[in-house]
Design a protein around this ligand. Structure first.
Ligand SMILES: Nc1ncnc2c1ncn2[C@@H]1O[C@H](COP(=O)(O)OP(=O)(O)OP(=O)(O)O)[C@@H](O)[C@H]1O
Ligand SMILES: O=C(O)C1=C[C@@H](O)[C@@H](O)[C@H](O)C1
Ligand SMILES: [Mg+2]
Length: 169
């Protein structure tokens, strides 16, 4: 089984939520790219965007991705945009198994409504605008996400199901 795993997908897909549990279960070192950047920068993602700009964040995201993939084994939870910038998607596909967590738009929107403030791209949107934004942005990003080696589309996931899917990838 591949012991170098990248979870990717849109904001609210559950990359962080499932990544932590999967890594613990599989006994793999866990890295959440957003969390590593926040720790290194000493400020939340929304402050990095506001104070240093999105381009700076994207540069740090690529650096952290490449740093963590130096490890022999890992489970990496990407940020929502990680696969869509620089050569990150090709890089990940060459380094390990890429798994796209792709629940329905409704599910992601519902989750994001509760945690908007953490995510600079959506923090100023009304709930009505959020759904249209997710649909449009997901459409732009699908070209990257769909290069994943494994695609998980079920809305109701369980740890056992995910482990089984990833083990078979
Ligand atoms: N299967 C699930 N059941 C219930 N809640 C979930 C589930 N998956 C995720 N959540 C919740 O939805 C929210 C978003 O999930 P999470 O933070 O894992 O998304 P993400 O894919 O890491 O997004 P981002 O790209 O913004 O980092 C969190 O509050 C999380 O606890
Ligand atoms: O989808 C995105 O572009 C983002 C997702 C989050 O994980 C963070 O990386 C940040 O809020 C940007
Ligand atoms: Mg996350």
């Amino acid at each position: 089984m591949g012991r170098r795993i990248f979870l990717l997908g849109f904001m609210g897909a559950g990359k962080t939520y499932w990544g932590k549990q999967l890594a613990e279960h599989l006994g793999l070192p866990f890295y959440d790219i957003d969390e590593v950047i926040v720790e290194e920068e000493g400020m939340p993602v929304s402050d990095i965007f506001a104070e240093k700009g999105e381009d700076y964040f994207r540069m740090r995201e690529t650096e952290v991705l490449k740093d963590v993939s130096e490890q022999p084994e890992f489970l990496v939870s990407c940020g929502g945009g990680t696969p869509c910038f620089s050569d990150n998607m090709d890089w990940m596909n060459n380094q390990g198994i890429t798994v796209w967590i792709n629940p329905s738009i409704e599910t992601m929107v519902e989750r994001l409504q509760r945690k908007k403030y953490k995510r600079p791209l959506i923090q100023d949107l009304t709930d009505d605008d959020l759904s249209a934004f997710v649909e449009k942005k997901l459409n732009e990003r699908i070209q990257f996400y769909q290069l994943s080696q494994k695609i998980i589309t079920a809305d109701e996931l369980s740890l056992d199901y995910l482990i089984n899917e990833i083990t078979n990838a």
